[in-house]
Design a protein around this ligand. Structure first.
Ligand code: NFE
Ligand code: MG
Length: 501
């Protein structure tokens, strides 16, 4: 029997992503992913000064604003013909690195963990930890109350199988609360060189406006050390516990098999901590940014289909027949691409990065899984957690390389005309901003965003987007509790506010 299942909204983060599933004989036969709002940043930017773009585009999102700011600066710096002094490169890496850490921790603990961890286990808690006892009495009082949604945001939830071991559940719930403190700490470190969090005021073309001092180096270093300790002692073990409890999710959620990363975290020597590249069915392929285009066949936009972002247009058309999403459908050489931590880790692994190889092989060996198991719900969570460790460890190195008193910014002059592309990686994947300047003003500005890649609708060839493909074949035991499908979608860490920008 065929049943239609709607999950709307599907993420625990702000933004309206809906998925419609056609379920047949207990499995998803077809999936449709819909972004349900229009924002219009690309329209707002036209006619403004390009030098404001890194501030305006940061407002696309409160979770990954730094990536939008840096993509914008990358586009501007190419157009202005400037490069950064070492302090500028390092300080920006620390701003972005601490942003990644808070984003990855929030994604696992606040946005996904409660798909696996049984929050009701706290009611059985008998220890003396005041924080857990507080939570326990709050949940109890909520369940006894007449609140419409007692114990929100923890409940209600889809019913299904959750972790059974009370010790693992209680430990993860404790970490859920600690992760909120870690997030605040990461934001505090971000603000040291960013000027402010979440939207950093210190990001300017040529570098950053904050000065490097011995005192602020010491402050960032001490916060990074605390974040590293939490990642090692909580995040990584909790991910392994989920993987051990849900081995079936190493086979659920296989995506489109094409992975794209632009690369991120430039080093002083010109290399990148996480390199760019493209993987197709397990093999490294070449990458040419000219082959990026955006299809609009299923998008509520009248903009022409198949344009390169330099030529891109954004014209809303809410009543377009057959359209079911406000997202465009980005394609590389006509094909959908999965982006995100898994794409970055795969590219680094296949590039022969020894640290990444060691971490990935170690985790796979501990779980007795082959490399191909990475293309799954568990693989996405594991890649995000391993990347979080790699970035935090490198932040500890970068902060030691800063030189107090030396410049963190280069001077520049705004040209009357020019263009540039800023290709970077947001926590959720490959992010590009394309800028065209005429008469000192923005003539065109296009953003191609991670969740736009991952949650894209079908294109003119009828090819589904990566999330739609990953959902196909997912078992749904109870159409009233489609928790399996929710786990698949959330493994991508979608952010609709970004995707529709
Ligand atoms: Ni709003 Fe974002 C990230 C970007 S996702 S979170 O990471 O760009 O599309
Ligand atoms: Mg766009």
């Amino acid at each position: 029997m065929r049943t239609t299942v709607e999950i709307d909204p599907i993420t625990r983060i702000e933004g309206h992503l809906a998925v419609r599933l056609e379920v047949d004989s207990g499995k998803v036969a077809q999936a449709f992913s819909s972004g349900e709002m229009f924002r219009g940043f690309e329209v707002i930017l036209r006619g403004r000064s390009p030098m404001d773009a890194q501030q305006i585009t940061q407002r696309i999102c409160g979770v990954c604003p730094i990536s939008h700011g840096l993509a914008s600066l990358g586009a501007q710096e190419e157009a202005y013909g400037i490069s950064l002094p070492p302090n500028g490169i390092l300080a920006r890496n620390l701003i972005l690195g601490t942003n990644y850490i808070q984003s990855h921790l929030v994604h696992f603990y606040q946005l996904s963990a409660l798909d696996f961890v049984d929050i009701t286990a706290v009611l059985q808690y008998k220890g003396s930890d005041p924080v857990l006892n507080n939570l326990k009495s709050w949940v109890k009082s909520q369940l006894d109350s007449t609140a419409i949604f007692p114990a929100a945001p923890f409940l209600p939830r889809y019913e299904g199988r959750y972790i059974e071991d009370p010790e693992i559940n209680i430990g993860a719930i404790r970490h859920y609360l600690e992760a909120l403190e870690m997030r605040a700490l990461a934001q505090e470190a971000l603000a040291v060189y960013g000027g402010k969090a979440p939207h950093a005021t210190a990001l300017v073309p040529g570098g950053i406006t904050e000065r490097i001092t011995a005192a602020n180096v010491a402050k960032v270093a001490s916060i990074v050390a605390r974040l590293q300790a939490f990642i090692e002692t909580a995040y990584l073990p909790d991910i392994m516990a989920v993987a051990e409890a849900f081995p079936d999710y190493a086979e659920i959620g296989k995506g489109c098999g094409n992975f794209l990363a632009y690369g991120v975290f430039p080093e002083i020597d010109g290399s990148r901590l996480l390199p760019g590249g493209r993987v197709e069915q397990g093999r490294m392929m070449d990458f040419d940014p000219d082959k990026i285009s955006e299809d609009t066949a299923s998008s509520k936009l009248s903009s022409p289909s198949g344009l390169h972002p330099y030529k891109g247009e954004t014209v809303p058309d809410p009543d377009k027949p057959g359209a079911y999403s406000w997202l465009k459908a980005p394609r590389y050489d006509g094909k959908p691409q999965e982006v995100g931590p898994l794409a970055r880790i795969l590219v680094a692994y296949l590039n022969g990065d020894t640290e990444v190889k060691g971490l990935v092989d170690g985790a796979l060996e501990a779980l007795s899984l082959p490399l191909t198991a990475l293309d799954s719900v568990l693989g996405r969570h594991a890649a995000r957690a391993l990347e979080c460790k790699i970035v935090a460890d490198r932040c500890a190195y970068w902060v030691g390389q800063l030189k107090a008193g030396e410049p963190a910014c280069t001077d520049f002059e705004l040209p009357a005309s020019g263009r540039g592309a800023g290709l970077t990686e947001a926590p959720r994947g490959a992010l590009g901003h394309w800028l065209e300047i005429e008469d000192y003003k923005i003539a065109n500005y296009q953003c191609v965003v991670p969740t736009t890649w991952n949650c894209s609708p079908r294109d003119a060839q009828g090819q589904p987007g990566p999330v739609e493909t990953a959902l196909e074949g997912t078992p749904v035991a109870d159409p009233k509790n489609p928790i399996e499908a929710a786990r698949v979608v959330r493994s991508f860490d979608p952010c609709l506010a970004c995707a529709v920008h």
